[in-house]
Design a protein around this ligand. Structure first.
Ligand code: FUB
Length: 341
């Protein structure tokens, strides 16, 4: 027999063992948090999840987002302040639907908001919008970035002021449809030969004005401990989506989601183009199908931002969280487990 107070205590105990960190924002569903430190403040550039009734499919139709809100935090874990709508799909002239995971960058007085969205032909492209503050409202360029495709842009500003965009996502993110260099809507989700090299993320150097690609789009090659590219059948380690780049002790850490196996993994390289050697899992699976990370240093500590579905229990209505990250003396990352359900 339990009374209501016993029940409340039991629930609270279950919650604390299931979720080892709590949502930063509880009045809206947000996901895909790209965190940056600008002028000593943490800004989060997330997707804004909504339920439009779009059906749940492998092509990700149920992630049917229409605008972005930006959040700021003076300290971690918050509070996170909502700065309202920063960009609405109706103000992106070439966009049709599905405003997915964004990122932001700053250069010479201008803030850049990068975003993937399907164009009028239902093909994902990557666009850019500019503003004068980290929370701006942002004004979209009239066309997508020339030569861009697929989803999940992550723009990394190196110490020498050169910027690189990492991008791509397979399955609903359409990366597999660009293998020949031209869009092929009939391409399967992944190579059928499990011993073929896995599809992988793309990287392009950004032009000085941050609005174009400067040079070719290259593969982000991730190799195993023997120097061989990861294979298509290696679903626990191969790239799926959610690229992020951060630098630690002069090394380049490329992180990503493995999608259907739900890990956030990382690989280390000596330069922004790689190759990157696979090192392990950073964040074990959370509640919900997707996960999407960003990694920053703030006030002398390292953090990983990510999402799960604690608030809704629905895969397309997500909430953002943060956990501290720790590095071993050899530069490897201590894996984080935030969900014990
Ligand atoms: O939010 C829609 C998509 O789900 C993102 O672009 C992916 O990274 C995944 O989180």
């Amino acid at each position: 027999v339990t009374n209501s107070s016993d029940t409340a205590q039991a629930k609270s105990a279950a919650d604390s063992t299931t979720y080892l960190s709590q949502p930063l924002v509880t009045n809206m569903y947000i996901a895909d948090p790209s965190a940056h430190v600008f002028n000593g403040t943490v800004y989060i550039y997330p997707s804004h999840d909504t339920d439009t009734g779009a059906p749940e499919k492998d092509d990700g139709s149920h992630f049917d987002m229409r605008d972005y809100h930006i959040y700021s935090m003076d300290s971690i874990p918050g509070p996170a302040i909502d700065h309202g709508v920063a960009l609405d799909i109706k103000n992106i002239p070439w966009a049709k639907r599905q405003l997915w995971a964004p990122d932001a960058a700053f250069k010479e007085g201008t803030y850049y908001l990068y975003f993937p969205v399907k164009d009028k032909q239902d093909v994902f492209r990557i666009g850019v919008a500019t503003g004068s503050s980290p929370i701006s409202p942002f004004k979209a360029q009239p066309n997508p970035i020339e030569g861009s495709f697929s989803i999940d842009p992550a723009v990394f500003m190196d110490d020498d002021n050169n910027a690189y965009m990492y991008f791509g996502g397979i399955w609903g993110g359409q990366l597999q449809r660009w293998q020949s260099g031209k869009y092929d809507s009939t391409a399967g989700q992944e190579p059928t030969d499990t011993n073929a090299d896995a599809l992988t993320a793309k990287v392009a150097k950004m032009s000085k004005d941050m609005l174009h690609f400067d040079g070719p789009v290259r593969d982000v090659v991730i190799v195993d401990e023997n120097g061989k590219p990861l294979k298509a059948g290696d679903h626990n380690r191969r790239f799926f989506e959610a690229s992020w780049m951060h630098k630690y002790n002069g090394k380049y850490y490329f992180s990503y989601s493995t999608g259907d196996t739900h890990n956030i993994c990382y690989a280390i390289g000596d330069n922004p183009y790689g190759p990157f050697t696979y090192k392990g899992i950073i964040l074990y699976p959370v509640q919900g199908w997707t996960n999407h990370e960003s990694i920053i240093s703030f006030k002398g500590k390292w953090y990983i931002f990510y999402h799960d579905t604690q608030l809704s229990g629905k895969t397309h209505l997500r909430n953002v969280k943060v956990a501290e990250l720790h590095y071993n003396p050899d530069g490897t990352i201590v894996p984080v487990r935030t969900y014990t359900g």
